[in-house]
Design a protein around this ligand. Structure first.
Ligand code: AGP
Length: 607
């Protein structure tokens, strides 16, 4: 979750480093620092808190070096303070390092180094690496060799950038599980932990693979494989542009991304509806394997997990097969039965979530067939799965996932439908659903515009609430879970999701006068029962915001939002527009930092 930037070239490094770190601020952090390097030596400045604290101690007139590295730290080992902030330097201040990830064998490495009289200033695992490089440099007096030896000793995850007085215009880079993007442009060579930091300077980008190392020089980048052999560079055309990394006239990235959904839904569908059929060529290579599958496990974290519950419910509606959705953090320790006849589907916006990556590695070890559903091109998850299907939601910067979630729902519907077909089961209302999928982009565009005023009004009701409850049955429970997560993660209002049928088994004890209940009733086979559950809460004084379809009778409810006519299996998508806006407006009313909620990061790359 840390932000990393690096530059070596023909212009001042500091402005590039700082601008890059600002573009990565959305990842969440608690301290920041930079090292500037030249043949005179290294200058390192660090500060606890936001980038503004770091800027306040930088004298740009003094920092004219053309090579440097920068870091924004999300604390994993050691509290947020100057000592633990990156970059970390060796005792002689000839080597400086920034790191993203967790070094699992840092204690044994630290003990070995202490036996050679190395002193440690910080509580971090990262500091071990810079001393290890120093340890090897003293033996071979060559930075490239020392760097590769040190990296070879590391266990765990890392994205590392190193500068040194010994090689002042070079940056040494290594990647394992933590993302590392390199780029080259007219000003020089760049590295960063995510694309937005580089977009302003170049679109000629490469994402390092696990085990790769690289050396950046002002006019060239050299990449080495895990064996240390030089390898050809496969440049990727950046799918993003500056525009998509900016706010486009909205107040926040989250507001922008909510409004992008009609377009991102269209992008995710593009090329995947052919006549009356859903087309997923990504499944072609594993089609025969899929026919032998006798169980399906959907695995993800957070919002992506909620999308998995949706996919699992859709598949279960059409195929009599064992199919469960499990949070990745639980899958790893839950001793779930996985073998070569198990299909494991991993969903992740970032493709870098540590728990999800650990889960796919475990599933592969047990012989499972694996599919990744990811949003970021070339992310770690996509390199581990047997096949990847990309959501096409574009850059999602706000920590709270919105457009990636609806893109996941659309894609998981198509995936579940395709799996049903491959496994020999047809979906009876298939044609109606295909028609609705074609209409979805325009439908959500119109609905978004027409529902905003009333949703904004209802959000006002939540402004001073301490608790809000979300309820639903069947697919509506997916919306209840995701709606509760959205509200709590950006407005800090406590919100929980309950199966509507479970209310009377305990949760209804929480309902009292004026409590707000957000209820979803879009599933015809259970709507009547949900409505009677909701009336039980009204009878106890609750204010109910009912999100339902055009046909459900809803007499006596004061706050109703009727969704556009759509097949019930797709109503989770239109319901999402409502609860995302509810959460957004409530958070804005409460003056919360909508794009960067406290304690959260966009990609949880540590466990
Ligand atoms: C959702 O709004 C949160 N940002 C969080 O729950 C997120 O969905 C989760 O961390 C999974 O991230 P991923 O999709 O990148 O794996």
């Amino acid at each position: 979750m840390c932000g990393i930037t690096g530059f070596t070239g023909y212009t001042l490094a500091l402005p590039i480093l700082m601008q890059g770190l600002e573009k990565l601020e959305y990842r969440g952090y608690d301290s920041a620092g930079v090292t500037l390097a030249d043949d005179i030596g290294l200058v390192t400045l660090k500060a606890k808190g936001r980038l503004s604290e770091l800027r306040s101690i930088l004298d740009e007139s003094e920092l004219l070096q053309m090579t440097g590295i920068g870091h924004t730290r999300w604390a994993t080992h050691g509290v947020p303070n100057n000592l633990n902030a990156h970059p970390h330097t060796n005792k002689r201040n000839t080597i400086s390092l920034v790191h993203n990830g967790i070094i699992e064998n840092y204690m044994s490495l630290k003990q070995m180094l202490e036996n050679f009289d190395y002193d440690f200033k910080s509580e971090t695992d990262s500091e071990v690496i810079v001393h290890l490089i120093d340890f090897y440099y003293r033996q071979c007096l060559d930075m490239e060799t020392a760097f590769k030896k040190a990296v070879g000793d590391l266990e765990g995850s890392y994205g590392i950038c190193v500068v040194s007085r010994h090689s002042p215009n070079k940056i040494f880079v290594a990647r394992k599980e933590s993302p590392m993007i390199l780029g080259i442009g007219k000003e020089g060579s760049f590295c960063a932990s995510d694309v937005p930091a580089l977009l302003e300077y170049t679109r000629q980008l490469i994402s390092l693979n696990d085990g790769d190392t690289a050396i950046l020089e002002p006019d060239k980048i050299t990449v080495f494989d895990a064996e240390g052999k030089e390898k050809p560079i496969e440049w990727m055309d950046s799918p993003y542009d500056m525009q998509s990394a900016q706010k486009g006239g909205y107040d926040t990235f989250m507001e922008k991304e909510i409004h992008e959904q009609p377009q991102t839904i269209k992008e995710t569908l593009r090329g995947r509806l052919s006549g009356r059929k859903i087309v997923l060529p990504e499944l072609d290579d594993i089609r025969d394997n899929l026919k032998n599958i006798n169980s399906v496990i959907w695995i993800a974290c957070g919002t992506a997990y909620h999308a998995c519950v949706y996919g699992q419910m859709i598949l279960n509606k059409h195929v009599p097969i064992n199919s469960i959705a499990v949070p990745a953090s639980e899958f790893r320790y839950g001793n779930y039965h996985v073998d070569r006849n198990t299909l494991c589907i991993f969903v992740s916006q970032s493709g870098e979530t540590a728990d999800t990556l650990a889960a796919i590695k475990m599933a592969k070890e047990r012989g499972a067939l694996t599919i990744a559903v990811a949003n970021v091109l070339g992310s770690s998850l996509t390199r581990l799965a047997d096949t990847t299907i990309y959501t096409c939601a574009g850059l999602e910067i706000a920590v709270a996932s919105t457009k990636a979630y609806t893109a996941q729902l659309v894609l998981l519907y198509m995936l579940a439908s395709k799996l049903s077909e491959i496994m020999g089961y047809s979906i009876s209302e298939h044609q109606e659903i295909i028609t609705n999928l074609r209409q979805l982009s325009n439908m959500t565009q119109q609905f978004l515009e027409c529902c905003k005023p009333v949703v904004k009004e209802y959000a006002q009701m939540m402004k001073d609430e301490r608790d809000v409850y979300f309820i639903g049955r069947q697919l509506d429970y997916v919306s209840a879970m995701e709606g509760a997560l959205k509200l709590k993660e950006i407005s800090y209002i406590h919100a929980d999701a309950y199966y509507a049928g479970e209310l009377k088994h305990g949760p209804i004890a929480l309902i009292q006068y004026q409590k707000i209940v957000v209820a979803f009733a879009t599933q015809p086979e259970v709507s009547a029962k949900t409505i009677s559950n909701i009336k039980e809460t009204v009878a106890r004084g609750a204010r109910v915001i009912l999100i339902t379809d055009k046909d459900t009778k809803a007499d006596g409810f004061s706050y109703i939002i009727r969704l556009p006519q759509i097949h019930p299996e797709l109503s989770c998508i239109t319901s999402a527009i409502v609860f995302q806006l509810l959460a957004y407006y409530a958070a804005v009313e409460r003056g919360c930092d909508v794009d960067k909620p406290r304690n959260l990061a966009k990609s949880v790359t540590v466990e």
